[in-house]
Design a protein around this ligand. Structure first.
Ligand SMILES: Nc1ncnc2c1ncn2[C@@H]1O[C@H](COP(=O)(O)OP(=O)(O)OP(=O)(O)O)[C@@H](O)[C@H]1O
Length: 321
């Protein structure tokens, strides 16, 4: 869907922001660019919608070179969410979201209807928030309006630059979860920038770790990255606690469960779905102060997970990654 081949950007003052970058993003995939400050993540994102022109290389969307596309049309077809959301301060929330459908030539009533639907989709009741001005919303609510506005043109591609950056950690995790739920239905092709490795491994189908000078240090699934950092830089960046982070990205494997036989309700404590991560399972054990957690598929019990089972599952996933 999106393919970058040998893409480089050297700014006029000689700064090499991006160096010989190869990156591909499949349709419906969410790829997260992560790395320390100044390593070329935003520059890369802005080259995809031609807010910045590359110095070298080729960027294709659906096989078409973006340099052949009309930049204004290109940007209309690509949703763009930035941290400082850029809402129009003197326009009400609904009007802010309506801007994009209006630009696409929709009638006022269709644009309004679309804006109200989208506000609903991102969890803002249009009747409550639609007539407010941006300054009358919390940071997290404004961020949601930014996402609604980016979705307003129903673009197949969404670029997001630190979209959840301006809010406190609790709201941030909530917005991440909401977006993941939304993305499950929408199936957009998403490229997102963050400097937060936790956000990257939670959100990304694949994660690209950038190093200084716009060098791509590693590109892989969160599990691969955490299990097998490509070099010392990536190892350092994913951190000494990467073992803990692997809990987040490793699913419960029914192969590592123990049978329910002989387990009493008192021993069991909580239950989690077989689709849950090891982190959720371990969190349930700790919360209930039990050495096991029940695992169910729908209403049916499939077995019991113990801390030893968590360990076995982590080791097995290390072999697979
Ligand atoms: N217009 C410009 N002229 C010269 N250098 C620039 C320009 N814009 C960015 N840079 C430099 O290019 C490098 C990459 O910047 P970029 O904004 O892409 O990094 P980033 O990884 O997104 O950083 P951050 O996480 O801090 O936003 C930095 O060294 C930056 O100082």
């Amino acid at each position: 869907m999106i393919r970058l081949t040998g893409v480089g950007k050297t700014y006029p003052d000689g700064t090499v922001a991006v160096h010989e970058l190869d990156l591909d993003v499949a349709r419906g995939e969410m790829v997260v660019l992560v790395g320390p400050s100044g390593c070329g993540k935003s520059t890369t994102l802005k080259m995809i919608n031609r807010l910045i022109e590359p110095t070298t290389g080729r960027i294709e969307i659906d096989g078409q070179d973006v340099t052949d596309a009309d930049p204004v049309k290109l940007r209309r077809d690509i949703g763009y969410v930035i941290q400082q959301i850029g809402l129009f301060p003197h326009q009400r929330i609904t009007a802010n979201v309506m801007t994009v459908p209006l630009l696409h030539g929709e009638s006022k009533s269709t644009a309004r209807q679309r804006a109200e639907e989208l506000l609903d989709v991102v969890g803002l009741d249009p009747a409550t928030y639609g007539d407010r001005y941006p300054h009358q919303l919390s940071g997290g609510q404004r961020q949601r309006v930014g996402v609604a506005r980016a979705l307003a043109a129903n673009p197949p591609v969404l670029l997001m630059d630190e979209p959840f950056g301006a809010v406190d950690p609790v709201v941030r995790v909530k917005l991440q979860d909401e977006f993941l739920r939304l993305q499950r239905d929408l199936g957009k092709t998403v490229v997102m920038v963050t400097h937060d490795i936790d956000e990257a491994v939670r959100m990304g189908d694949r994660v690209a770790v950038f190093a200084a000078g716009g060098r791509l240090a590693q590109f892989g699934t969160p599990a691969e990255l955490l299990a097998r950092p490509a070099d010392d830089f990536v190892e350092d960046f994913v951190g000494a606690t990467r073992g803990l982070r692997r809990l987040t990205v490793t699913a419960i494997d029914p192969a590592h469960l123990e049978p329910m036989d002989g387990v009493t309700a008192g021993e069991l404590g909580a239950t989690v779905s077989v689709d849950a991560s090891l982190e959720e399972a371990l969190a349930a054990m700790l919360r209930e102060d039990k050495a096991m957690v029940g695992v169910r598929r729908g209403a049916e019990f499939v077995g019991v997970l113990t801390p030893a089972g968590v360990h076995r599952a982590l080791r097995a996933s290390l072999r697979d990654a």
